[in-house]
Design a binder for this molecule. Structure first.
Ligand code: MIC
Ligand code: SF4
Length: 643
């Protein structure tokens, strides 16, 4: 039987296990990327592993998230990251140079390669025919050290694209439709692979929008074939020699197939506060908007901003709207300038910011109280914009521009004819500021400068013989890592200081988490957290495991986990358990006492169900872990295990 694109890349990189769906496999990783908010920890972990230089073909450290320098913390972290890149042999992309995923696509992505990034939107590279996956910083550190990346062999979800998008309908709408149908947990355990005649109708950056936003399906990754459009994009980047064709075999088989006829799609929008809360724009048209933000790694490419500039040409932003543009990269701004497309944006009244994540992760750009914000970002989880109770909608750049002009949510087809434009055959590269790796000898002489914000990595104990604890918090379905370990301007700068950031664990949900757990650990017990389905969806931030563990959480018992978060829990020695009988969820409350006798023995012996007592009542929990995971758990985490 033939292979899909994803299966071809998996087969070419397999170093451990067999390509049997549902079993653990180890993959060789060709390229890695980190961003600053997860990168400081990743390089501290890399240092702790003790390998002097990265072992990958290419590794890049980006600074794009923590861009506000309201005190010394972020600025110090940037210097640390630059020093680490120089010492360990990485490329370094400094602040202002662009969002990791956009820049990586432009300057480094190569079809057929594997890419592991400490950011959940790393699958952006799948738009170019890479197998690009998000992971926690420690997994990326291990990959930089030349170790395999372990994952459960995913199933392949084929998305068959037919037809062609109508004017004013965008790549964003394709994935909004997929999210509408499959929901934020529809991709868990799958690689989403796009195929069919509609693929050729999508430009490379359109494809990257789809694979990027595909992270919101909970998928392991998303991938497109590498074809003529891929070649054209690499040629425009001056990298045509790195192109290779990569398409699925004619008799390739998919585990599931969803067909999307792009010609029937209309402009869509995700309503507050989940990316799968999708309706047609026409259904919510007319609602007033106070802020419109075009940017983020999902929709800030040269194509997207050119489209917005052409739409704004000769038009004006509504006086009640703050229209904000966050370009994806320096390359995008440079080329937009050469095309003459910056002036119409400025004249329309747009606020042009430096390139970076900015408001997408609550680093500034918070919307006004009680008012609607329309964004081309990937996530509208509650409070992520920086305001509790925020009303954030997700849409295409076309819907954003039309709504900025009208001051209300607007179906862009109301603006009349779609502007015609062509992108240049060759782009200005815009990578003047990217540092290339130093030689091993030069690197060995570099001293990494560490500001006071960089705290040493905490030590963790092994799994005890018998586990006694209390439920600190009980939560519902679809809890995101933004609930567990919020981001935003006040908290993100603490990413390299675990004791400091741990004070904010679950601060979106309750004010008392850190004091409640302290009372539990002071009594000599551990903490447990109870959750519903798809627990830990969203980002790759390992702080959502590391900080709770630092506080004393050692068990999470939920209905189901999101992939990256589960991997991060294992890496930091938090036992991820699921209910055998979902109805047992109702038997456990905040404050319930849990006893797991012989937990160490049960985990190391390979037991798939673990008996426990909750307030004296016996229940069974499922423990789905590979034998490698079990050793890590018993050791108290991956770093302990590796040592
Ligand atoms: C996000 O979009 O949530 C982030 C911020 O990029 C995260 C990474 C982080 O929390 O640092 C992600 O997507 O993994
Ligand atoms: Fe940055 Fe937002 Fe993309 Fe995350 S989703 S990498 S915060 S732009």
């Amino acid at each position: 039987m033939g292979q899909t694109v994803a299966e071809k890349i998996l087969a070419a990189h397999l170093v451990e296990g067999e390509l049997k769906k549902g079993e653990e496999i180890g993959l060789r990783i060709d390229q890695t990327l980190t961003q600053d908010a997860t990168g400081t920890m990743a390089y501290l972990e890399f240092e702790a592993i003790g390998i002097p230089r990265v072992q990958t073909e290419l590794s890049v450290s980006y600074v794009d998230h923590n861009m506000l320098q309201s005190d010394f913390k972020n600025a110090d972290d940037h210097i640390f990251l630059q020093g680490a890149a120089r010492k360990f042999g990485l490329h370094f992309s400094p602040p202002g140079n662009g969002i990791c995923h956009q820049v990586h696509l432009e300057r480094f992505g190569v079809p057929g390669k594997t890419l592991l990034g400490s950011d959940s939107h790393t699958p952006t590279g799948g738009g170019m025919g890479m197998l690009a996956m998000g992971a926690g910083g420690l997994d990326v550190a291990m990959a930089m050290a030349g170790k395999p990346f372990y994952l459960i062999m995913p199933k392949i979800y084929g998305i068959k694209l037919i037809g062609k998008l109508q004017p004013w309908v965008a790549a964003r709408d394709v994935l909004l439709e997929v999210l509408r149908q499959l929901t934020v947990k529809g991709g868990v355990g799958y690689i989403m692979e796009y195929f069919g005649p509609g693929v050729a109708e999508l430009s490379l950056t359109d494809r990257a929008t789809i694979t990027n936003f595909g992270a919101e399906l909970g998928a392991t990754s998303s991938v497109f074939p590498s074809d003529e459009n891929t070649r054209k994009y690499l040629a425009a980047q001056g990298r045509e020699e790195q192109w290779q064709e990569l398409v699925a075999d004619a008799d390739a088989a998919y585990d599931e197939v969803l067909e999307i006829d792009m010609s029937t799609l209309e402009p869509m929008i995700a309503c507050p506060s989940s990316p799968d809360n999708v309706v047609k724009v026409s259904e919510v048209a007319g609602k007033p908007v106070a802020q419109v933000l075009v940017g983020s790694c999902t929709n800030s490419s040269l194509r997207d901003l050119t489209a917005v500039a052409k739409i704004m040409q000769g038009r004006e932003v509504h006086r009640d709207v703050s229209f904000e543009i966050n370009p994806g990269s320096r390359q995008v701004i440079e080329n937009l300038t050469v095309q003459g497309d910056v002036l119409p944006l400025l004249q329309s009244g747009a606020r042009i910011h430096q390139s970076g994540c900015l408001g997408c992760i609550g680093m500034g750009q918070a919307p006004p109280t009680g008012m609607n914000s329309l964004r081309t970002v990937s996530r509208n989880f509650p409070g992520r914009s920086g305001n509790k109770g925020d009303q954030v909608y997700l849409c295409s750049p076309e819907v954003a521009a039309a709504s900025a002009i009208k001051g209300v949510i607007t179906d862009p087809r109301d603006l009349g004819e779609y502007p015609r434009f062509e992108l240049p055959a060759t782009y200005l590269p815009g990578d003047e500021r990217i540092e290339t790796p130093l030689s091993a000898e030069e690197g060995s002489k570099v001293d990494i400068v560490r500001g006071p914000n960089i705290a040493p990595f905490p030590e963790f104990t092994q799994l005890p013989e018998t586990w006694k604890g209390k439920v600190v918090l009980k939560l519902e379905d679809n809890i995101t890592t933004d609930h567990i370990m919020p981001a935003g301007a006040a908290i993100l700068p603490l990413r390299s200081n675990i004791p400091a950031i741990s004070e904010y664990v679950f601060s979106q949900v309750t004010e008392n988490f850190s004091t409640d757990i302290k009372a539990i650990t002071d009594a000599g017990l551990f903490g447990a957290v109870i959750g519903g389905e798809n627990y830990g969806q969203g980002s790759s931030r390992e702080h959502a495991a590391l900080a709770p563990r630092y506080l004393g959480v050692q068990v999470k018992l939920v209905k189901s986990f999101a992939r990256i978060h589960k991997a991060n829990l294992i890496n930091f020695g938090i036992l991820p358990l699921t209910f055998v009988d979902a109805e047992d969820y109702d038997k456990v409350q905040q404050g319930s006492e849990i006893v797991i006798p012989d937990i160490r023995e049960a985990v190391s012996s390979g037991a798939e169900t673990i008996p426990m007592e909750i307030d004296g009542q016996p229940i069974q929990a499922r423990c789905e872990l590979s034998s490698r995971h079990r050793e890590i758990m018993v050791a108290g985490g991956l770093l302990n295990w590796a040592r």
